[in-house]
Design a protein around this ligand. Sequence first.
Ligand code: ASP
Length: 442
Amino acid sequence: MKKMALHWKIMIGMVLGLLFGFGMSSVAWGEDFVMDWIAPFGNIFIKLLKLIAVPLIVASLIKGVSDLKDISKFKSIGLRTMGIYLFTTTVAVILGLVLVNVIQPGEGISEETITQLTSKYQNDSGVVAKLEEASRQKVAGPLKFVEDMVPDNAIAAIGNNRMMLQVIFFTIFMAISMLLIGEKSAKPLKKFFDSLNDVVLKMVDLIMLVAPYAVFALLATVVVSSSNPEILLALVKYAGVVLLGLALLIVFYCILVSVFAKKNPFWFLKQLSPAQLLAFSTSSSAATLPVTMERVEEHIGVDKEVSSFVLPVGATVNMDGTSLYQGIAAVFIAQALSFDLPLVEQLTIVFTAILASIGTAAVPGAGMVMLVIVLESVGFPADKYAVGLALIFAVDRPLDMFRTVINVTGDAAVATIVAKSVGKLHDKPKAKNWDDNYDEVK
Ligand code: ASP
């Protein structure tokens, strides 16, 4: 019998998780039951993915760069990647701004809804935490993120999942130095990292065996802890604009992939789908990264020389879904609260949203933290930040799930295009299975 494809299994897990979550929300003890007995399995899954992220980045970047044999190739991959990332993010923000100005979701929103949302969420611990986090980010100077990219302690950088760019910096530095000491001297280290890379990719295969069950737990948890549906209805127009923008971004990537990488976009989306479904279920590009790397290399055919750099960097700095959302959310808040935001001023949003996307951590809800910085850039009054965030807080989690899918898809699309442009997109990639060598050890 033909085995069911992984993405179907994951989708079944998601649907059952949603249904189970709705069922549990309707009984008094349901939320506690899910939080105590179901949620931990979702959390364990996310922990496992994060657990292997740093070893995977280190091993695959070292393998990728040291396979290059030529530093100038690395420079051209780096420049192309940055250029395309900047381009797609700019398109995303502009698209968001066009949609929100044409559809104007904030105009019709009633005073009553605003008061209701504000009183419910203004002092909510989630909103307060986001504002505090944003004020920590704000004091930073413009070059702070470049400075932050350079670690002063390699072990500390590797020991902190939030320091992905520092890990990437250290690893590239080391890999380039390995190239410079010559093949013979670098051989033992290279062999070690090649083998580590195979091991970590096998760990991804093993973790993915439980993905269908984990997404069940993750979605059931999201449903029981989400806001009541009536409030969601009040924000349906705003959410609709964000979802429309995100859907158009998928079309945009499909066009890019078919024009520049000469690949069928449906095939591309199908190969990537398990990573997209995980992005949706976890709301974290960082947690999804190991699976994105596995799918892009073993199923889409992008050579490690490209993917090992483009994807980890993309997970941290390229967030098109988030930038689009920030543009829409900022203008929506201004419309709803009758804050005058002329079109010229909205151009500032293009710049800040691009910078914000670089600075946004690849974890759930981080996009909303950086939204405060976007609001600040257009002169939105500081005492109204909490009101602004309160307006959109109720739908943030579901929108976060969708924008994370776009963030991951954007990274994969760019990796595919860059690979094609440097002749590193292979036609018939060979996917590995978790049990390829199982017979030898069982
Ligand atoms: N959750 C998103 C991500 O990890 C970031 C955000 O938009 O909040 O890509």
